[in-house]
Design a protein. Structure first.
Lengths: 115, 110
């Protein structure tokens, strides 16, 4: 089945540790995105990538890093510089160009808790 | 700055009634608007898209309108059911990187 997979679903981290959230898609989508969601809040864009080996900062990129070495994969690292990392993280992908309307396909999310 | 605004208050309605959710946008000229549903602890799921040249779009019990003059989209669920309870999000489409408002929480009471 085609889809987008995030792992782990739940993650606990001690302060000062970096953690990496995985996002893999087999939809052959060009674009991939990372969003953060806090309780009762909307989705805020962290980073996005429209092509392999290229990515752009979103609205809240500070304290995060990404890579896009393969079309299928867009991992997010939450660094120790992120002051308030406890949140629900969502990865998404979409087609681009042509007749595409760019609808997003989301993963099931990763919930990060800092102890 | 560009902004998406949706009803910040939860919408409570009785089963069988029509739910109407609002999405207003500022400083966008989207070629289309997308609507998503999000259940607690899950990723959003795409529902419907309406283009700027379409006044109305329907899919089963869902209806979306798009008024480019008012810069507003309305999302209707007719004959609502408790299973429709969720948060609904809108996002502008076209040449924009997808951004979302807070969404509107809909609660349908039996």
């Amino acid at each position: 089945d085609g889809g987008i997979t995030q792992s782990p679903k739940y993650l606990f981290r001690k302060e000062g540790q970096n953690v990496t959230l995985s996002c893999e898609q087999n939809l052959n989508h060009d674009a991939m995105y990372w969003y953060r969601q806090d309780p009762g809040q909307g989705l805020r864009l962290i980073y996005y990538s429209q092509i392999v080996n290229d990515f752009q900062k979103g609205d809240i990129a500070e304290g995060y890093s990404v890579s896009r070495e393969k079309k299928e994969s867009f991992p997010l690292t939450v660094t120790s510089a992120q002051k308030n990392p406890t949140a629900f993280y969502l990865c998404a992908s979409s087609m681009m160009g042509g007749s595409s309307t760019g609808e997003l396909f989301f993963g099931e999310g990763s919930r990060l808790t800092v102890l | 700055s560009q902004k998406i605004e949706q009803n910040s208050e939860a919408l409570n309605i009785q089963e069988g009634k029509t739910a109407t959710l609002t999405c207003n946008y500022t400083n966008y000229s989207p070629a289309y608007l997308q609507w998503y549903r999000q259940d607690p602890g899950r990723g959003p799921v795409f529902l419907l898209l309406i283009r700027e040249n379409e006044k109305e779009k329907r899919k089963e019990r869902l209806k979306v309108t798009f008024d480019t003059t008012l810069k507003q989209s309305l999302f209707h669920i007719t004959a609502s059911q408790p299973a429709d309870s969720a948060t609904y999000l809108c996002a502008p489409g076209g040449s924009y990187i997808p951004t979302f408002g807070r969404g509107t929480s809909l609660i349908v009471h039996p």
